[in-house]
Design a protein around this ligand. Structure first.
Ligand SMILES: [Zn+2]
Ligand SMILES: [Zn+2]
Length: 305
């Protein structure tokens, strides 16, 4: 893998695969015609005709396409939580409304569950979980990549990542009863999640990090609910994946928004997110269904002293 003088990246058959898996390109996603296809959004429609069932307790019941069985939905996807377990097989949880200030709970990922979706609706979103898992796994390995390789490229679906944040936001609002017992996601959100419509203009993923700054190594995951004046319920979320912050807008930011807000238009739906350490770089390339303005967002990383 190397950067050519015209800034393109050349990938060779024996490079580690750009999908984030452990295999070499040749045995995983061979490059055809010299072009890597950026991934498209996963299909999240439940299979077959709608069931006509609205299962009480499933937050997507309004779509009348539930199964009878409920599923145990993880607060964050299991694939993601499993990446954060310590030597004792547990994750540490803090900051939930039922916890005291500064209180930590040590839990196995299997117990971080909520029953908020039916099986059918939950299963249909499983690809979003794997996209988020792949991304976090690569993010956690970034320091290792930067210490051992000159260049690493990973591609992922930006559409999947933003819908994963939306799904995680819904679970968190329900579990924490942030907006009371009776809050249900707006119909729009459900239609976006299960692939019936795209995010409205200006909504979706924003990178939310001071560009140019070096980031510390942390294995953490967090979600903050965003609210704004005049909007009932949430207007979006900020998710922290290790040291990186991504915001999800469910209400388009207003044009007067200042640069210190969570949503800065020049950080909307990046095409490339690049982490550098000296001359070495890790490039995360996002695929988007909508046409996006090519935006390259760069931050640097330095080993902990
Ligand atoms: Zn691959
Ligand atoms: Zn359902």
């Amino acid at each position: 893998m190397r950067r050519l003088s015209d800034n393109r990246i050349e990938i060779e058959p024996y490079d580690p695969c750009y999908c984030g898996g452990d295999k070499r390109v040749k045995f995983c996603h061979p490059v055809r015609n010299g072009q890597i296809q950026r991934p498209s959004a996963s299909n999240c429609k439940p299979p077959g005709p709608p069931t006509g069932i609205a299962r009480a307790g499933c937050y997507a019941a309004q779509l009348n396409d539930c199964s009878d069985e409920m599923s145990g939905e993880h607060l964050f996807s299991e694939a993601v939580l499993n990446l954060l377990v310590g030597a004792d097989g547990k994750v540490v949880r803090a900051g939930y409304p039922w916890q005291e200030e500064g209180e930590f709970q040590s839990l196995t990922p299997a117990t971080c569950k909520a029953n908020v979706l039916c099986k059918r609706h939950n299963n249909a979103l499983s690809r979003l979980d794997s996209t988020a898992g792949t991304f976090l796994r690569a993010i956690l390995k970034t320091p290792e990549f930067l210490q051992n390789h000159d260049l690493r490229v990973l591609i992922l679906s930006g559409d999947d990542l933003e819908r994963w944040i939306l799904k995680t936001l819904c679970t968190h609002i329900l579990v924490t009863r942030k907006f009371g017992e009776n809050w249900k996601p707006p119909l729009d959100w459900l239609e976006i999640l299960w692939g019936m419509k795209p995010f409205p203009e200006g909504c979706g993923l924003y990178f939310n990090h001071e560009v140019g700054q070096s980031t510390p190594d942390t294995a953490k995951l967090a979600l903050h609910v965003l609210t704004c004046n005049g909007i009932v319920g949430a207007s979006g979320a900020i998710v922290e994946l290790a040291a990186h912050r991504f915001a999800l807008a469910m209400v388009p930011p207003n044009p007067q928004q200042t640069s210190d807000s969570a949503l800065v238009s020049k950080f909307y739906r990046p095409s490339d997110f690049v982490i550098t350490c000296g001359k070495r770089e890790v490039v995360y390339s996002f695929g988007w269904e909508a046409s996006v303005v090519p935006r390259r967002i760069g931050i640097s990383w330095a080993p902990n002293p």
